[in-house]
Design a protein around this ligand. Sequence first.
Ligand SMILES: [Zn+2]
Ligand SMILES: [Zn+2]
Length: 272
Amino acid sequence: MELRARSLFEQTADSLCALIFPGPCALCHEPLEEAGALDVCSACWGKLEPWNGPACSRCGLPFASERALDATEPLCADCRQGEFQFDAARSFGVYRDPLRRAILHLKFRPRERWGRRLGGLLARTWESNPEIFERDRATIVPVPLHQGRQRERGYNQAEALARGMIRALGEKKPVPRLEAKCLVKTRATEPQTGLSVAERRENVRGAFAVSSLISIKDRAVVLVDDVMTTGATLSACTAALKARGARRVVAVTLARASPQFPDVPVDDQRRE
Ligand SMILES: [Zn+2]
Ligand SMILES: [Zn+2]
């Protein structure tokens, strides 16, 4: 209790300080011109671009070459082989700078406003894929952290994103419903870093369960997470949701890490 009160105090003090003394931009470290602004400059914010190039029609994997589009329904190798449990997925952009640094910032410096801004990018992804995201019947489920990890970090970045996304979508009705406690991570898993695709899948197999307090039977679920790499975590979450009767599970993430766009340090191509 005492701990929680202090952290709330610290958060409030942080926000007040940011209003009075704007620090440097969190992404480029240049001084911010305006007090009260989010701690990222408008130039950096403008550089967070969506992926508009060719992509897999099912999982949204960005293709580096236009040739892949020659097929009537362009699918990546994983989707052709039926590797994913979820029905479809889309990401706002490719996991590379500056989007990568924006996401790392969300993860390690809990700022509600930051989640809200990045959640707004998820809302844009949602709006531009109406064939995948069914607004009026959707149930939004953030990918959970294990209890110990969440205690350590103080919050779940996927939930912060989901809240930001719903807030941005809320400007137009109907608003999808958030079930933040729907999925539970039942055991701590090894970091996915450095594991092969098969090892990643094995690492998270059966690590998620649906809370017995929540019914998702026949519901259309939208999973929310920050980064999708191999899709192993999203697939494990989907398996748990479908086992409890979810009719359809689709996923929306901020960024897709892909070996086709390798300009990313290998050590952070994972969610935890
Ligand atoms: Zn900047
Ligand atoms: Zn695919």
